[in-house]
Design a protein around this ligand. Structure first.
Ligand SMILES: Cc1cc2nc3c(=O)[nH]c(=O)nc-3n(C[C@H](O)[C@H](O)[C@H](O)COP(=O)(O)OP(=O)(O)OC[C@H]3O[C@@H](n4cnc5c(N)ncnc54)[C@H](O)[C@@H]3O)c2cc1C
Ligand SMILES: *[C@@H]1O[C@H](CO)[C@@H](O)[C@H](O)[C@H]1NC(C)=O
Ligand SMILES: *[C@@H]1O[C@H](CO)[C@@H](O)[C@H](O)[C@H]1NC(C)=O
Ligand SMILES: *[C@@H]1O[C@H](CO)[C@@H](O)[C@H](O)[C@H]1NC(C)=O
Ligand SMILES: *[C@@H]1O[C@H](CO)[C@@H](O)[C@H](O)[C@H]1NC(C)=O
Ligand SMILES: *[C@@H]1O[C@H](CO)[C@@H](O)[C@H](O)[C@H]1NC(C)=O
Ligand SMILES: *[C@@H]1O[C@H](CO)[C@@H](O)[C@H](O)[C@H]1NC(C)=O
Length: 545
């Protein structure tokens, strides 16, 4: 061992300094170019970070949600740029294009595969981090809000609630999600059964396109405006800001959390929930959080706990009637039902303790510690039979920290046509599953063990979920579904595999839009939408016609 280390070390040092040298020269050229191409009245010399800057790591790690993606073995950016104005973002695109630098965009850093700040396939790239662009203007009169990409969804919820107790916005449950990446992938949350996705509730957008122009809905045209509302981040443009359409919420809403273990009949109850969850009153959203828990009686004996967590857009008395009619098996009581304001329900559903004040949302981060994780998603058309649930429980009891969340669809989600936005998982989807396993150690062996576990689980459940294609949610990015060679030509056969899982037939229109607005494939990553020119095989091209 010793001798191999002494051989490797000099090489390693050499690589390290080579990468610094690259960073230094990229930085110098990029800085000069930005200087020439932007409004220099706003000083921006403090907005660049290269690996030998003391604050480089803390900036890189700041919003990175998945510690797995910060592994030493993963290439890190040569340069991070944190634009202070929209004009800086324009310059970033112009200069990255001119200098042929691969560019990654980060808003909230929640990408499941970390592709907004690292790369699996590329060793040189830079990150444009929009965390300094986070202004939010709410207008109750116009029933809308303009929000910059770097703001978190929690800040948006808070700013709306400061202006009105009866307005809200239907986006994600996790309050630290970045507006930029979140809404470009669809964005579901506890109000989706009533109002659809966040992407279904945007009225306008400001973007920087691949040539560095700022465009809004009118100037970008309806094709591109369609593509950015669910086609996934990092393929078409840099999103600067969204104009959100607010939705009405009651001054008082009701929430509940009811846990059931296997010993309390969890399997039968979950089978029943699968039958009714998408048919219930649209004001009611119930999700089920499932994980192993320790039994208090005996050490090391675990069981599965299913936790029914809900938001109801109304008061407790009506909720109890809705539950009695639609899902009496849960046995909801008045004691379980907590009446609260919409903004408090946001904190409740995010899982924060009751003493956390809404002002916490302004910190723009989560209360929970980050973990190393790997996740996957599935859509369910027919209830998963009880024997298959039991097979899932068996696998869960063999894993350290597995977790799955089942989110009810139906309601408005079934009424919006599949082609309305690129997000195709609409009518007939009873619920979406997120599978996840988390761990707390950076070594590759540990990671490999848990990733292997979740891949086996994914194979096990294949017969019970959507097929042809097996659908997946683009915001739960999973590189196991396929990776494109990003500097060479994209193979549509490959792109087609993961692409149809995320977008079904909408993939074709996404490719056509991409070809029109970014023919040189400037905005690209491991799972970006390919251009038609990039398709390597003539037959694949013909299929697209
Ligand atoms: C803890 C946690 C909870 C979550 N909860 C939910 C939930 O309740 N509902 C839900 O729908 N999803 C949820 N997600 C998934 C989430 O919607 C996606 O990870 C989303 O992409 C995050 O956006 P971001 O800006 O934070 O991430 P980033 O990592 O910054 O970006 C994600 C992707 O979008 C691209 N991108 C980022 N900013 C821009 C921009 N301005 N312009 C163009 N492209 C951009 C990136 O390059 C990357 O490809 C959750 C994720 C996590 C980690
Ligand atoms: C980062 O390092 C570069 C080159 O050494 C230096 O010019 C720059 O001022 C540093 N930036 C910060 C924010 O420390
Ligand atoms: C909000 O309004 C301020 C003041 O008019 C403006 O400078 C800012 O750009 C606006 N933000 C957004 C996201 O539109
Ligand atoms: C459950 O018990 C195991 C073994 O005793 C322990 O390692 C683990 O931390 C416990 N988990 C929780 C959530 O208490
Ligand atoms: C674990 O608990 C369950 C339910 O209480 C019980 O049936 C089982 O025998 C226990 N197993 C062990 C190994 O203690
Ligand atoms: C987060 O980690 C810190 C330091 O390890 C620890 O003190 C704290 O209790 C953790 N918080 C949660 C919510 O787990
Ligand atoms: C991509 O395909 C085009 C057209 O077939 C070809 O000219 C080009 O050389 C290919 N590029 C790479 C990197 O293979």
């Amino acid at each position: 061992m010793k001798s191999s280390i002494s051989v490797i070390l000099p090489v390693f040092t050499f690589l390290l300094s080579a990468s610094w040298a690259t960073s230094d020269s990229i930085y110098a050229k990029f800085y000069d170019c930005v200087n020439l191409n932007t409004d220099i009245s706003i000083p921006f010399s403090n907005a660049f970070f290269i690996p030998n800057n003391a604050s480089f790591s803390s900036i890189l790690e700041s919003t990175a949600q998945n510690l797995r993606c910060l592994a030493l073995s993963r290439p890190k950016p040569d340069l991070i740029f944190t634009p202070l104005t929209e004009s800086h973002v324009q310059a970033a695109v112009i200069c990255a294009k001119e200098l042929d630098i691969l560019l990654r965009v980060r808003s909230g850093g929640h990408d499941y595969e970390g592709i907004s700040y690292t790369s699996e396939t590329e060793s040189h790239f830079m990150v444009v981090d929009l965390s300094k662009l986070r202004s939010i203007n709410v207008s109750i009169e116009e029933n809308s809000a303009w929000v910059q990409a770097g703001a978190t969804i929690g800040e948006v919820y808070y700013r709306i609630s400061q202006k009105s107790k009866t307005h809200g916005f239907p986006a994600g449950l996790c309050t630290s999600l970045g507006i930029g990446g979140h809404i470009t992938g669809g964005a579901y949350g506890p109000m989706m059964r009533k109002f659809g996705l966040a992407a279904d509730n945007v009225a306008d957008a400001r973007i920087v396109d691949a040539t560095g122009r700022i465009l809004d809905r009118a100037s970008m045209g309806e094709d591109l405006f369609w593509a950015i509302r669910g086609g996934g981040g990092g393929s078409f443009c840099i999103l600067l800001a969204w104009k959100l359409r607010l939705v009405p919420v009651p001054a008082i809403v009701t929430v509940f959390t009811v846990p059931k273990t296997l010993e309390q009949g969890a399997t039968k109850l979950l089978y029943r929930w699968q039958q009714v969850a998408d048919m219930l009153d649209e004001d009611l959203f119930i999700r089920v959080l499932i994980q192993p828990v320790n039994l208090t009686d005996r050490k090391g004996n675990r069981t599965i706990q299913t936790t029914y967590q809900a938001l109801f857009l109304g008061r407790a008395d009506r909720l109890l009637k809705v539950m009695k009619k639609g899902f009496p098996e849960l046995g909801l009581t008045p004691k379980d039902s907590v009446e609260t304001s919409w903004i408090q329900s946001v904190l409740y559903i995010a899982g924060y303790p009751g003493n956390i004040k809404p002002e916490f949302l302004l910190q723009g981060k989560s209360l929970f510690n980050k973990t190393y994780f790997k996740a996957k998603s599935d859509y369910v058309i027919e209830p998963i039979p009880e024997y298959a649930l039991e097979g899932i429980w068996k696998r869960f009891l063999q894993e350290d920290s597995p977790f799955t969340i089942w989110n009810a669809y139906g309601g408005m989600m079934s009424k919006i046509p599949e082609t309305e936005t690129p997000f195709p998982h609409r009518k007939g989807r009873k619920f979406m599953i997120q599978w996840l396993t988390a761990w707390q150690s950076g070594d590759t062996k540990t990671a490999a063990k848990h990733i292997d576990w979740i891949r086996r689980l994914y194979n096990f459940v294949a017969p019970y979920v959507s097929k042809f294609p097996r659908e997946a949610y683009v915001n739960y990015r999973d590189l196991d579904l396929g990776i494109d060679k990003i500097n060479g030509n994209t193979s549509f056969l490959k792109g087609g595999v993961w692409g149809t899982k995320y977008f079904k037939n909408n993939l074709k229109r996404l490719v056509l839009v991409k070809t029109k607005v970014d023919p040189d494939n400037f905005f690209r990553h491991e799972q970006s939408i390919p251009t038609l020119h990039g398709l390597s095989d003539g037959n694949e091209k013909n299929k697209m016609k």
